[in-house]
Write a protein that binds this ligand. Sequence first.
Ligand code: KG4
Ligand code: ZN
Length: 369
Amino acid sequence: MGATKRHDVGAGRPILGIETSCDETAAAVVHGQRVLGTAVASQIAVHQRFGGVVPEIAARNHLLTILPVVELAMQRAGVRAADLGGIAVTNRPGLIGALLVGVHTAKALALAWQLPLVGVDHIAAHVWASQLRPPNCEENTWPAPALPFAALAVSGGHTRCYRVGGPGELVALGGTLDDAAGEAFDKCGKLLGLPYPGGPHIDQLAATGNPRAVTLPRGVLGRDDGAYSFSGLKTALRLHVERHFAADSPPQGHALADLCAGFQAAAVEQLVRVTLGSVRRAKLRDLVVAGGVAANAGLRAALSEACGKARVRFWPVPVDYCGDNGAMVAGLGEALLAAGGADDPLTLDAADTATVRRAGRAGANGAAP
Ligand code: KG4
Ligand code: ZN
């Protein structure tokens, strides 16, 4: 890691963060970007039998768990309402019914506890997780990428590389033309008979497989505009499986591990090549990788190696804060509130679109978040 030190912003009081944009009901308390306590109620088991997230069911489950999750996070952090300095909530992008549960809970708590409220963009929060320091860190400064930095945000609905100029200030340098990387992992996992979400299962199986046993496409070649593409990779895997395996005898054992390794190698190679191209063109010296797919061991290793060769400092978000969590929301909320960015608790609304700006390049117009 580089020697960059992040400024301490812990002068105020702790911030409560609430996240309900998809299938995790999460809350956390952060102070000075230090995580004091977190809680999460995952809905993976609820949605698994449908092979993906069912929006209406997600919203209903958030309703059931949101208050106990908030209470638990505050209890773990050792803070009461009177200790808090503000509330941050993910208000975009995401499943609208799911977002509404978090936003209305946060508005009600902000009004009842008379606290400032700020709505944060989910992707900007993922990226800001690079600034968090772990609960047991006692130091006043913690190594973190200095602004501006590049960030690859890779999640279930999102694959873009950004220039991050400040808290919540994201400009897209490139993005996917079709599927998000996590979507490709999940669709391919389903195709291979793995449980939802496929990403972590593919990651685990790929570690035991041969990535050269099956060669799959590496996205759009010959372009230099930051564009990723994963739909061809998904189709190639489907055609390979249909050609080599009967419907009643899907890949298993070594064959399954080799397919996972081949798929992951192709996805990772593309993510690394395109991202490093965007970082080079933007002349940035620090790269963050954030979002659910950033937990992928193959991606972290390959980006680390490529950054080393390109003399770019690499800042993978700690695996605990890659998937959806409340700490990233509280952390970004703390920075926004410190800069005077509070919202009106009576009018803050949820939206299914992102707030980030696009750089106007072909590859920047990625799939909807
Ligand atoms: O950020 P996230 O928790 O939720 C969204 O904002 O979408 O990301 C979820 C995505 C899913 O597609 C999941 O399969 C993927 O992250 N994921 C992984 C791994 N862990 C989670 N993909 C690849 N390897 C992993 N280890
Ligand atoms: Zn996410």
